[in-house]
Design a binder for this molecule. Structure first.
Ligand SMILES: *Cc1c(COP(=O)(O)O)cnc(C)c1O
Length: 432
């Protein structure tokens, strides 16, 4: 038995936790802050070993899920928690691309990720697998909604006890989307940053595995798979430009790390990918720091319909600013009205219904194109990270209504005629 564990440990390439600021290394335990300088801890790997043990073929022979990249993830288990997460479609956009004037636009569609329809299933699959390895029996998180959904669902699948924390004013779909898995759900009267502060205290006193607090170094690595998959799905090539939403900034920085790891071990050719980030104006501390050329974040109080990305004091914000700057990308914010337009635009042109975070990303894409910051010939990938069925409130009153009719042909014909007349009138209004 000891033998078996030793071989497994040897086979895994992750080596230690390392402070991003001062470089101090730590054992692979459940901790996320440097004891010397309070910098964030990150998992480091033996890339030499990976270069010799991973090829495009070994990856392709793996499962049709994010676990085909297990060698790049910080878990030992031979049986990681695999509920079919990852390998979501990379859609070549036709109609949206034409509408916006781009020639090579792709949509990475995590609105259909499994099991809970957001990219958070990736980070939680890694965090709970690691939590189990470290001996935790209760898992938890501070969430803006999607993370609570993922943690509750995957904990249910893995048979772990679960207690999740959310701001009390979340969308109905996000609350129901946690409750259905029967976790203990704490709805805190306050915003996400207050929820997060409370959870840090609970993590210290209860010995639970908080996926985005004491397990954060492991959790965040799961987002690299959004970089890996895009590279593989583009035929083992990196795009020229990516646009992703920013909450804490973690996802953004880990897509960057994922691309660089694939270059480092020789799976793709090196290339400078531009990284652009999207925030809602009502919670845009990272966009503001970028615009003002600051190297620190000024926390804000969130006020936007894009609740899933409403983090006023983003832990990885400053690293996101650095990446956007050094890659020649940009960080932009858009209004709630533009976010709603973004949701509708993606739905009408591509048949993809995204939540407010996706509306933010599409609206920023449009803004960057209008500002001449995206070359039409660049291979551009836009990351859609969540599903619109969970944030229906956002579009209430901004979409059409059904035509209610009698179960008779003449009633149908009349309604059809009325709707066509209405459409003509709308067009005339557009034309004058
Ligand atoms: C959490 C979340 C994000 C961003 O997450 P960070 O890694 O904290 O930046 C983006 N989109 C959706 C839908 C999310 O739920």
């Amino acid at each position: 038995m000891t033998q078996a564990i030793n071989t497994q440990t040897k086979a895994a390439a992750f080596q230690a936790l390392k402070c991003k600021e001062c470089g101090q290394e730590y054992e692979l335990q459940a901790s996320h802050v440097c004891e010397l300088c309070f910098g964030p801890l990150e998992v480091i790997y033996d890339y030499n070993a990976l270069r010799h043990s991973v090829t495009r073929e070994t990856i392709q022979a793996g499962p049709h899920s994010m676990w085909r990249y297990q060698k790049f993830l910080p878990v030992h288990s031979e049986n990681p928690i695999d509920v079919g997460t990852g390998m979501t479609p990379l859609v070549r956009s036709q109609r949206l691309a034409r509408r916006l004037g781009l020639n090579k636009l792709y949509i990475k569609n995590d609105a259909v990720n499994m099991p809970t329809l957001s990219f958070k299933d990736r980070v939680v699959s890694v965090a709970l697998t690691r939590a189990r390895e470290l001996g935790f029996t209760t898992v938890s998180c501070a969430s803006t909604g999607n993370l609570a959904n993922s943690t509750a669902a995957i904990a249910a699948h893995a048979g772990l006890d679960c207690c999740v924390f959310i701001p009390a004013d979340l969308e109905a779909g996000k609350i129901l989307g946690s409750l259905i898995y029967s976790p203990t759900l704490m709805a805190v009267k306050g915003n996400y940053d207050q929820v997060n502060r409370l959870c840090s205290e609970v993590a210290n006193t209860h010995g639970w595995g908080f996926v985005n607090i004491n397990l954060r170094p492991y959790y965040s690595e799961g987002s690299k798979t959004l970089g890996f998959e895009v590279a593989e799905q583009l035929g083992w090539q990196l795009p020229d430009h990516i646009i992703a939403p920013l909450a804490s900034g973690s996802l953004f920085t880990k897509i960057y790390k994922g691309f660089n790891e694939f270059i480092e071990v020789g799976l793709v050719e090196g290339k400078q990918v531009k990284f652009s980030g999207a925030q809602a104006e009502g919670c845009s501390p990272i966009a503001q720091a970028y615009k003002e050329g600051r190297d620190f974040i000024k926390p804000v109080k969130p006020n936007t319909i894009a609740k899933s990305i409403a983090i006023g004091n983003p832990a990885d914000g400053i690293y996101a600013v650095e990446i956007a700057k050094k890659t020649g990308g940009s960080i932009e914010s858009v209004t709630d009205a533009e976010i709603i337009e973004g949701i509708k635009l993606l739905a009408e042109t591509e048949g993809i219904f995204t939540e407010t975070a996706g509306g933010t990303t599409i609206a920023v894409l449009k803004k960057l194109i209008e500002a001449g910051k995206i070359d039409p010939e660049e291979t551009t990938v836009v990351y859609i990270t969540g599903n619109g069925l969970k944030t229906q409130e956002a579009v209430h009153g901004y979409i059409g209504e059904p035509l209610t009719i009698e179960a008779r042909l003449d009633s149908f014909e009349q309604a059809l005629e009325r709707s066509r007349t209405l459409e003509r009138l709308e067009w005339q209004q557009v034309l004058v």
